[in-house]
Design a protein around this ligand. Structure first.
Ligand SMILES: [Zn+2]
Length: 354
């Protein structure tokens, strides 16, 4: 395969640069006889969907592959998969698909998550062992369900006792894995954050106290704003549980203030769509726009879905020797984030995808 050459304004630095691509890696020094595939416009490190479920709303691997292609064509070249019942490891062999960092299966308890999706533990004391199992099966992340509706209580409630969480997070960290949890309400948050969890998904129940705890522990937040838009529908479908329905509407009503306060306090926030969990694949740009509308600068919102998120997940941006996952745009995404909706070139693992 001949070397490739791209020239454009490299983000986030904003300087016009040349880069070459050889054997799937970026080179910043000239390579002879390279094919120029981009000359002008803007170059961005591949986008990251930090909360996506490839293989969740899928019958089989073929359907999961289609989900991954839909995300890729919208610019997502790296996915932190936040739990899927399908073993999607075969998709990682396919070079034309986005890179997938898998979390294995969600860990929950019976009747305390979407049915037939998670590893359901009869006894919460089994959590550390289940975490060890998923840490071994995944790519460095483990996904817990932190809270869900408890039908006896008729409201959101935590799934795990605090001491079990502390042990479970310790087990994951000893295995070299990070842990994240689905959390909608307030009550599950202190135990999870104090246990040293690495990230909170959704986080609609954050308060001033738990935001301070996240800052103190360095916990990240992936708010999945476009998924929070489904809360009124969830509430409307839960007429048997008025307490829960009212709670969901309250969380929805204050999500802008909640996430705004987390940003203000300095909690690291990343872009995740929750595609597959009630959200269509391929909507990452909508989430980036939503983060900007909520108060992040365009550069910060874009970084939360590109260079900053890549660093958090162990991938580099446009640098010497980094993996050649680069997207080109004709107009400047930092002037108008909607420019992200029409990539002119997508290069993944050093190959031209589009
Ligand atoms: Zn999710």
């Amino acid at each position: 395969m001949p070397a490739l050459h791209m020239r454009g304004v490299v983000l986030p630095e904003g300087e016009t640069r040349d880069l070459w691509i050889v054997n799937g890696r970026i080179r910043l020094t000239p390579v002879p006889y390279a094919d120029t595939i981009v000359d002008g416009g803007y170059l961005l490190p591949g986008l990251v969907d930090a909360h996506c479920h490839i293989g969740l709303a899928a019958e089989d691997l073929d359907e999961a592959e289609q989900q991954a292609l839909t995300d890729r064509d919208a610019g997502t070249l790296l996915v932190r998969d936040c739990g899927a019942p399908l073993d999607t490891r075969p998709l990682q062999e396919k070079l034309e698909l986005p890179r997938i960092i898998r979390a294995g299966r969600h860990i929950a308890r019976p009747k305390r998550y979407i049915r037939h999706v998670s590893d359901e533990l009869d006894d919460p004391e089994q959590l550390p062992a289940a975490v060890a199992e998923q840490a071994a099966a995944g790519d460095g992340w483990v996904k817990l369900v932190g809270d869900w509706i408890d039908r006896d209580r008729g409201d959101l409630a935590p799934l795990w006792p605090d001491d079990v969480l502390t042990e479970a997070v310790k087990v994951a960290h000893e295995a070299g894995a990070r842990v994240t949890a689905h959390v909608f309400g307030e009550e599950a948050l202190p135990g999870l954050i104090r246990a040293g969890i690495d990230c909170i998904e959704h986080g609609t129940g954050l308060t001033a106290d738990t935001i301070d705890l996240m800052v103190a522990h360095g916990t990240a937040l992936v708010p999945t704003l476009i998924n929070i838009e489904t809360f009124p529908g969830l509430a409307a479908g839960a007429s048997k549980y008025p307490l829960y329905a009212g709670h969901m509407l309250d969380l929805y009503g204050r999500v802008r203030r909640t996430v705004g306060a987390a940003l203000e306090a300095g909690v690291p926030v990343y872009a995740g769509t929750d595609a597959g969990g009630g959200i269509a694949h391929g909507r990452l740009v909508d989430e980036i726009v939503a983060l900007h509308e909520l108060g992040m600068s365009r550069a910060d919102a874009l970084g939360a879905a590109s260079w900053t998120a890549r660093g958090w997940l162990g991938y580099r941006g446009i640098e010497e020797g980094a993996a050649a996952d680069v997207i080109a745009y004709e107009s400047d995404p930092l002037a108008d984030l909607n420019a992200l909706r029409s990539p002119s070139r997508i290069v993944l693992r050093g190959r031209v995808i589009r």
